[in-house]
Each structure stands twice: as structure tokens, then as C-alpha cells.
Design a protein around this ligand. Sequence first.
Ligand code: NAI
Length: 315
Amino acid sequence: MASEKGKIGIVGSGLIGQSWAMLFASVGYTVTIYDILPEALEKSKTTIGTQLKELEKKKLLRGPLNAEQQIGKISTTTSLKDLKDSIYIQECVPERVNLKKDVFEKLDKIVGPKTILASSTSTLLPSTFTEELKNRKNCIVAHPVNPPYYVPLVEIVPAPWTDPKIAATTKELMLEIGQSPVLLSREHPGFALNRIQYAIFVECWSLIKRGILSVEDVDKVMSQGLGMRYAFLGPMETAHLNAEGMEAYYHHYRESMWNTIQQFDPAEKFEGPTADDIVKQLTEKIPLDKLADKRRWRDNCLTQLSILKNKLKEE
Ligand code: NAI
């Protein structure tokens, strides 16, 4: 199966590189992870091995292969040239534009004209680090959401010069590995996920600043209210269901929505007394030395939610 499927290259063996490697190996791709640090590669091999075995024990392993087979699909290298025959390379180095530029230039020199060069960047527009490349029509962003093994969204963002066929193939590949891709028609600051996330953040900030709600209660509005729906339906479908269809929703709610929106505060830069107050309230609730515990709890919640969502899909 592996030879039919072709090879996948991963550049950067940190948190995100490891997740991509596991996702590609889960459906039988042969994956080579490159990093400049041999010790980072060693660590990634151990972490991936432990994670896959744990997932198998808990019956959460993805794909048709067992953990040992998936581990066998993943190798590591400190030589970038080992990625040259890859059909798809996913870059996962730290979020610095000059570093991305440097890595893409090096990849551009070793790959053939058919290799897709994808970046995991969360914030950088693909045009900022691919413009000068010989293979720039093959460059694209495939932005995952952490932890990608349980949160399937991938934002696919083309540069102005990306070949539409490359975008389509990347989307198909994401579907093949069990992720849920969305393809943006063009690059756009913040892509989609962060734009929506920041819009929510702006309004939460305003409610706290005006003293309407505490930090804890603003978070409750999401986790016990809106978020319960949003785990299954987006805001558009939610609206469609909240009336007798979207036409009716506009008819009933557009005036009151408009009146409320007119009173929104303009966005601020998240500094000053409100910023300090939010820090104080959050650190009282979750002291910094308890963050790791809370992250473990969050990851377990996401795992359980992902199991539930898959179960509901099957019914
Ligand atoms: P990380 O810091 O965990 O890992 C980065 C890895 O890149 C390290 O192993 C490092 O040794 C390696 N590296 C550094 N320079 C390199 C080079 N020149 N060539 C090859 N490897 C090199 O970073 P993380 O969190 O995995 O993030 C990677 C990318 O994914 C970033 O662009 C980030 O914005 C994006 N991303 C991160 C998410 C997250 O929640 N951590 C979520 C979605 C995207």
C-alpha cells in the first residue's frame, strides 16, 4: 500500500509535526520527519510511539493499521534531501516568517515539479514566504487546529499563485487522512478560524470591561451555551434551525440584531486595566502551575467529544 500511496515529508518534529506524521501514517502513508536537531527527532519518535500505543490501548487509534504498523511507517532524518521524492511535504517549523522562507527555499531546491509544499502556519500569509520560489504554484497553507488528532479542521489557504489543482489535491489528501478541510478562495489575514475567534474575543473583552460579566461567566456563556451547539452546528445552520428557516430568521431577528450590533464597542488592543483584571481573574481560577493539569483535562474532553461526534455520525 505504501509504495502505491507515495511518500510524505514532515519538516519540524515538534507538537504539530508529530501530529501530522501520525495522521498520515494512520492511513498507510510512508512518512519521513526531518528536523535540524537529532535530539528533537529522538524525542518525537518516543512520543509518537507512546501516543500510538496508548491510543491503541484505549481503542482510539485511527485508520486500519495497528500501532506497531503505524510506527513502522514513520522514520526520521537530519538530511533534508531524504524528502526529495515526497508527493507532499508539510512544514511545521516555528512561526517566524524568515525561518519559513528559508525552509521553503531549501525545499524548493530539492523537490521535483509535482511535490506539494504545505505550511502549518497559523498566522502567516503564504505569499509572504513563497513568492520567489521556482515551484511557487505548488505552495499552500494547510493550517491544523491543536490537537489535530481530535480536532479535524484544516484551513487550506492558497497564495495568489497557487495552482487550483494543488489546492484541490491538498483538500482530497486531508479528507483521505480523516480531517475536515475548508478551502479559502484566497489568502486573507487570520484565515477564517482566527478571524472568528478574534471577533468573539473582542466582544468578551467588552462585556468584561463594561463590568457586565466576570471572566468566569463570559467563558460560561460559551462553554455552557453557544459552544454546546457549535460543537455540532455552525452559527449559520444554528440560525436556520432557530426559526422556520433562514428567511424567517432574518425576518424576526435582523432588526434587533442590527440594533445590538450598533452598540458594539470598537476593538481595542487588549492592554491596560481590563487586560490586568482578566489576568488576575484567570490566574486566581487557574494558577500557572495548574495549567498543565487543566490542559490534560481539556484534551480528555476533546477526545470524548470526538468519540461522541464519530458515534453520532455513524448512527
Ligand atoms: P514546535 O516548537 O513544537 O516545533 C518546531 C520544530 O521545528 C522543533 O522540533 C524544531 O527543532 C524544528 N525546527 C526549527 N527550525 C527548523 C528548521 N530550520 N528545519 C527543520 N526543523 C526545524 O512548534 P509547533 O507548535 O509544532 O508549531 C509548528 C508550526 O505549526 C508553527 O508554524 C505553528 O504556528 C503551527 N501551528 C501550531 C499549533 C499549536 O497549537 N502548536 C496549531 C496550529 C498550527
